[in-house]
Design a protein. Structure first.
Length: 608
C-alpha cells in the first residue's frame, strides 16, 4: 500500500507538470494576480513585496526631510522640491540607466506613489473632515467605509478567486485552450454570489479552527475539497459543499498531508530564491498537483456512492464530449464555419486590393452592408468555435449552462470597410476632439486658455492621423484584439518618435520630452504613453469608429462632401501658415513652472 500511494503521488506530479506545461503563462499570471489581490500565495511571493518596500523607504525619506527641515512648511513648493531632491538623489543615481528606466515622472509614477504612500487615503480623510467638521466623526466614517469596502472586496473578489484558479486548473487538465473569459465564468453563469457565499463559509471555518491547535489541521484538510467542489458545480449550496468535502476527505487527510510533505522542497526553494521560483513554477505547480488529487478523490467518491456525490455532475470537466454531442450542442457554429466567408462581389482590381488589405472603399453599398452583417454573425459565435471543436470546455454542456445572453462589441459591426468621406470626417472629428481634450486638460493645470499644438486652428492632427493609420494599416489585425493592441503600440510609437524628430529638425525646438518617464527612448516616446495609445486604439477600432461611421452614413453626401472640402481647405491653409509661423509659447514649447509637467506630457501628443 505505501508503494501504491507513493506511485499515486508520482502520477499526480507527472500529470500536473503536463497541465502546467500546456498553459504555463496563463497559470503563472493567474497565480501572480492571486498574490497581488491577497487571495493566495501572499507570504511566499517575496518579489511582489519588493516594490512596496522601496516605496516605504521613499516615504520614510520624505518624513525624515520633513522632520529636519527648517523651511516654513507653508511654502509647499520649497518643501516638495526638497523632498523630491532627496528621493531622486537616492533612487536615480545612475543617469545613463535611468534615462530609459526612470520612473520619476508621468501619470503611472504619480498613481503608484499616490496609492502606495497612503496619500489618497489622507486626502479623502481631509475632504471628509472638511464636510463633517469633526475629526473624530471623520475618523469614524473613514474606518467604517474602509471596513465595508475591505469586506466587500474580500467576499466578492479575493476570497472567491481561489475557486476561479481551481476552475482554470481543472479545465487545463483536459482541454488545450482556456479562454480568457473563463476568469469570469461564475459571472457568466450568474453564480458569482452563490460561489462567494460558499467560499466565505470555507474560509470562516478554516480560520475559526485556528482557535485550537489540534483542530486546525483536521478541519483544514477536511474542507480542502470545497474550492474544487464549487469550481465544478457553482450551483451547489455552501452547506452541501462543506458536507461533501468532509465525506470525500474521510480517511484521506493523511494522504494529502503526505502529498504536502513532498512539496516542502519547493517552499524552501521559493524562500531561498526570494519568491522567484514560487512565481514562475511552484505556485501554479501546486495548484495543478492539488487538482489531480481532487480528481482522484472525486472518482473514488462517485465509485463508492458516498452521500452527495451526485452533486459532482460536471462530466465534461473531466472528459471530452464526443463530436456528435458537440455538433448537437453547437449546430450554428458548425454550419457557419463550414461555409466560406462572405466576400464583396462588386469590387475588382485596385478597389478590391484596398478593401481587403486596408478596409477602405470609395463609398458604401448594399453589398458592403451584407458583408458587415456576415462578419458580425461569424464574430458573435467565434467565442464558441473552440468549444464546438472540443478544444476548450463546452459551456453549453455544463451543469449550469452558459446562457450566452451578453452584450457583445461585435453587435457594433466593427469588421467593416470605411468610405473616403467617412475617413476624412473622422480625421477632423478626432483631431478636433484631441485639441479640445488638451485645451481642457491644460486649462485645469494652468488656470487659463492654451491653444495647444503647432498649428493655429482648433485641431491636433496627431489624433486624426494616428486614428486613420490605426484604422487603415492595422485592418488585417482587427479580428484579434491582442495583436491589434501590439500593432497599435508599434505604429503609434513609430509615429510619435519620428514626428518628434521631424518637428525638432524643422523648428529647432523639442516639442515634448519624456525624459524621466519609465521606459522612454531618447525622451521621444515612453511606455506609459504607448500603453495609453494601445488601450485608446482598442476603443477607437472596436467602439468609437463604428459608432461614428454609423452616424456619418446617415448624413446626405450632398451635405457631407462640401463640408469636407471646406475643412480640408482651412486645414491646408493652417499648415502653410504654421510652417513659417508655428504656434509656440507657455504650455506648448516651454515647460511649466518647477519643471514637473512637461509641455506635451499628454500630447498623446503633438502634431505631425
Amino acid at each position: 500500500m505505501p508503494t501504491d500511494k507513493k506511485s499515486e503521488r508520482k502520477d499526480f506530479k507527472i500529470r500536473a507538470k503536463s497541465n502546467l506545461k500546456r498553459h504555463y503563462w496563463l497559470f503563472v499570471a493567474m497565480c501572480v494576480f492571486a498574490a497581488s489581490i491577497g487571495s493566495e500565495f501572499v507570504t511566499s511571493d517575496y518579489v511582489v513585496s519588493l516594490r512596496s518596500k522601496a516605496i516605504n523607504n521613499t516615504v520614510e525619506t520624505a518624513e525624515t526631510v520633513a522632520e529636519s527641515s527648517t523651511t516654513n512648511l507653508t511654502d509647499s513648493s520649497a518643501f516638495i522640491d526638497e523632498v523630491t531632491g532627496k528621493v531622486n538623489e537616492q533612487e536615480f543615481e545612475n543617469e545613463e540607466v535611468n534615462s530609459v528606466f526612470a520612473r520619476s515622472k508621468g501619470t503611472l509614477n504619480a498613481v503608484i506613489d499616490y496609492v502606495s504612500s497612503g496619500t489618497i487615503i489622507s486626502n479623502i480623510s481631509s475632504v471628509v473632515l472638511n464636510i463633517v467638521g469633526s475629526e473624530s466623526v471623520a475618523d469614524t466614517i473613514m474606518i467604517a467605509v474602509s471596513s465595508v469596502l475591505t469586506v466587500v472586496f474580500w467576499f466578492f473578489v479575493s476570497n472567491l478567486y481561489s475557486a476561479v484558479i481551481r476552475r482554470l486548473a481543472l479545465e487545463g487538465r483536459i482541454y488545450a485552450k482556456i479562454p480568457f473569459a473563463r476568469f469570469l465564468y461564475f459571472i457568466r453563469i450568474r453564480k458569482w454570489f452563490k460561489t462567494a457565499l460558499t467560499m466565505a463559509l470555507y474560509t470562516v471555518c478554516v480560520y475559526a479552527s485556528l482557535i485550537t491547535v489540534i483542530g486546525f489541521p483536521v478541519i483544514y484538510y477536511g474542507l480542502f475539497m470545497m474550492p474544487f467542489i464549487v469550481a465544478e458545480n457553482p450551483d451547489i449550496s455552501a452547506v452541501d459543499a462543506l458536507k461533501l468535502s468532509w465525506k470525500m476527505m474521510k480517511g484521506k487527510k493523511m494522504d494529502l498531508f503526505k502529498l504536502d510533505l513532498t512539496l516542502v522542497g519547493w517552499y524552501i526553494l521559493g524562500v531561498v530564491t526570494f519568491g522567484v521560483v514560487n512565481i514562475f513554477f511552484a505556485n501554479p505547480y501546486r495548484i495543478c498537483v492539488y487538482s489531480e488529487f481532487y480528481t482522484q478523490r472525486r472518482q473514488e467518491a462517485i465509485k463508492n456512492g458516498i452521500e452527495g456525490s451526485s452533486l459532482l455532475c460536471d462530466r465534461y470537466l473531466f472528459a471530452k464530449a464526443d463530436l456528435s454531442r458537440l455538433k448537437n450542442a453547437y449546430p450554428e457554429i458548425i454550419s457557419v464555419f463550414s461555409s466560406p466567408e462572405y466576400k464583396l462581389r462588386d469590387l475588382h482590381g485596385a478597389k478590391k486590393f484596398f478593401a481587403e488589405h486596408f478596409g477602405v472603399v470609395l463609398w458604401n453599398t448594399p453589398d458592403e452592408k451584407e458583408y458587415e452583417e456576415n462578419q458580425a454573425r461569424r464574430l458573435r459565435i467565434l467565442y464558441y468555435k473552440a468549444e464546438a471543436e472540443g478544444m476548450s470546455y463546452p459551456t453549453r454542456l455544463g451543469p449550469v449552462p452558459d446562457s450566452g445572453k451578453r452584450r457583445s462589441l461585435v453587435s457594433i459591426h466593427y469588421m467593416r470597410h470605411y468610405s473616403l468621406l467617412s475617413l476624412v470626417s473622422m480625421f477632423f472629428i478626432y483631431s478636433i476632439f484631441g485639441w479640445t481634450w488638451e485645451v481642457i486638460y491644460y486649462y485645469i493645470l494652468q488656470g487659463h486658455y492654451i491653444n495647444r499644438g503647432v498649428l493655429h486652428g482648433p485641431w491636433l492632427p496627431i489624433y486624426g492621423a494616428g486614428g486613420l493609420l490605426i484604422l487603415i494599416f492595422l485592418f488585417p489585425l482587427r479580428k484579434n484584439p491582442v495583436k491589434h493592441f501590439v500593432g497599435t503600440v508599434v505604429l503609434c510609437g513609430a509615429l510619435e518618435y519620428f514626428a518628434s524628430v521631424i518637428l525638432e529638425y524643422l523648428f529647432d525646438k523639442k516639442w515634448w520630452d519624456y525624459s524621466g518617464f519609465f521606459l522612454n527612448i531618447n525622451g521621444r516616446i515612453c511606455a506609459e504613453g504607448l500603453f495609453v495609445f494601445g488601450v485608446a486604439g482598442l476603443a477607437f477600432i472596436y467602439v468609437l469608429s463604428p459608432l461614428i461611421d454609423d452616424k456619418i452614413r446617415k448624413i446626405n453626401p450632398s451635405i457631407l462632401l462640401p463640408v469636407s472640402v471646406v475643412l480640408i481647405t482651412l486645414f491646408a491653409g493652417d499648415l502653410l501658415y504654421s510652417h513659417n509661423h508655428p504656434n509656440t509659447g507657455d504650455g506648448i514649447t516651454d515647460n511649466f513652472a518647477g519643471g514637473e509637467i512637461n509641455s506635451s506630457y499628454t500630447e498623446s501628443t503633438a502634431e505631425g
